[in-house]
Write a protein that binds this ligand. Structure first.
Ligand SMILES: [Zn+2]
Ligand SMILES: [Zn+2]
Length: 356
């Protein structure tokens, strides 16, 4: 049988089957179609304006490494006129994050982007290794998720950026839609497909890979020979998300468009006004200044639990009342440095890791 030619250019030999569409195409057409789709996602959502300073949340994994590479490529090709930075959070997980950060440090040189690393240890005084050795593996993802979110905002503020982009892909978003449906969390369902989220006094966050399939990101990294770190976190992952992921993979195997279809379904839901009205009003944390829907933000609550040796007890509201009932917060309690939200007048000198 003669080699099949590319379904897009009809010229070169097809060497791969595109996971999203099943088309047999050549390598160059794959790069082009993948990059162009991301470019279209960015321009249709009007994500950036010329002169924006944009931090790429970089873990060293495939998604954020491909994101850094593609953002650099598109920024040059289409003259977005963005200043790009790499921002990494060091959770303090030996044998996982320390190795993946070495990858990010190489990416910094490969892509010629300034890198800032912010660690849980310097911000909270706790590494994930120490948290897990104290509380066990059961709820460690809760701590890590809350701590990471705030650390990213604080790192971005230190870089004086206007915008954070993350490597969340179409599979991640489709999983989240499924999880919110299965939990009946309609308020979150209404928000989880948004490409860009923007709090009152937080930095814009967006997901340029919202429509990019995980399989295509892996394929892109492979054919471009990008330098990334491919080990999963050594601590137990979110089990519920694991079920949604396995279910989604089954659906994708039967019909590849399932991932995009689920995202489109999520986008098409209309959330009733009275459900939107149940969302709590945002205020700032009385202790650390970070945005919060209660007097204390989640990170301060979790940190207080850790410091007072009641860590397992602070994940639910009821448990927090128990913490309060134990007595007043000790005066010498370790707290998170006060957060000063970004102001419009930014762009002084920026502290970044040296390339040396
Ligand atoms: Zn082609
Ligand atoms: Zn706080």
């Amino acid at each position: 049988m003669a080699p099949r030619s590319c379904a897009l250019c009809n010229d070169a030999r097809a060497i791969l089957k595109r996971p999203k569409t099943g088309q047999q195409i050549c390598k160059d057409c794959f790069f082009k179609v993948f990059e162009t789709e991301v470019h279209n996602t960015i321009t249709e959502a009007n994500l950036f304006k010329p002169g924006d300073r944009v931090a790429i949340g970089a873990s060293g994994g495939k998604d954020s490494t491909v994101l850094a590479y593609v953002m650099k490529t598109l920024n040059e090709r289409y003259h977005y006129d963005l200043e790009l930075f790499l921002l990494s959070i060091d959770e303090g997980i030996t044998g996982y994050r320390d190795d993946s950060l070495e990858t990010v440090k190489r990416n910094q040189e490969q892509y010629d982007m300034p890198l800032k690393i912010l660690s849980y240890d310097e911000l909270y005084g706790w590494t994930m290794d120490r948290i897990v050795s104290t509380i066990g593996k059961k709820n460690n993802c809760t701590f890590c998720g809350v701590f990471r979110r705030q650390a990213l905002d604080r790192g971005a503020t230190a870089l004086h950026v206007d915008h954070i982009v993350t490597g969340h892909n179409a599979d991640d978003i489709a999983e989240t839609v499924l999880m919110n449906i299965m939990r009946g969390d309609i308020a979150r369902l209404g928000r989880c497909t948004a490409i860009c989220t923007k709090g009152e006094d937080t930095i814009r966050r967006s997901k340029p890979f919202k429509y990019a399939y995980e399989k295509e990101i892996v394929m892109y990294a492979y054919f471009k020979k990008l330098d990334y770190f491919s080990t999963e976190c050594i601590y137990s992952p979110d089990a519920y998300r694991g079920h949604a992921r396995a279910f989604l993979k089954d659906l994708e195997a039967a019909r590849p468009s399932a991932i995009i279809d689920i995202i489109h379904s999520g986008e098409a839901f209309e959330v009733k006004e009275e459900i939107k009205a149940t969302q709590k009003v945002q205020q700032t944390c009385k202790r650390c200044g970070y945005m919060s829907s209660n007097d204390l933000c989640k990170a301060c609550t979790l940190l207080e639990g850790l410091e007072r040796g009641m860590s397992a007890a602070v994940i639910t509201d009821r448990a927090r009342r128990k913490l309060e009932a134990e007595g007043p917060t000790p005066a010498d309690l370790r707290t998170i440095p006060f957060f000063h939200p970004p102001t419009a007048s930014a762009s002084p000198a920026v502290e970044v890791e040296s390339t040396a």
